[in-house]
Write a protein that binds this ligand. Structure first.
Ligand code: ZN
Ligand code: ZN
Length: 81
């Protein structure tokens, strides 16, 4: 089963709304937090193999061979925490 792509835009909006309504942060501050969280999430979901750099969801069963075009990546490489 291949997991569907991750909706980063939706995550971004959820974080902004959360900080605006629950923490009463300014829009600027909420946007800044959302940007850094989404950036981190994207990094965690991007293959660190320099020949690949495709998303986790492009890999077979999420962690095996990359399915993009003629990419030679055989295994998703996680980012260091
Ligand atoms: Zn790839
Ligand atoms: Zn890869």
């Amino acid at each position: 089963m291949i997991e569907k792509g991750f909706d980063f835009g939706r995550l971004y909006r959820k974080i902004v709304r959360y900080y605006l309504t629950k923490h009463h942060y300014t829009k600027e501050k909420a946007n800044m937090i959302a940007q850094s969280v989404v950036r981190k999430e994207m990094r965690l979901r991007t293959c660190q193999n320099s020949d690949c750099s495709h998303l986790l969801y492009d890999h077979l069963r999420n962690y095996q061979s990359c399915l993009v075009g003629d990419c030679k990546c055989q295994r998703f490489q996680r980012a260091e925490a």
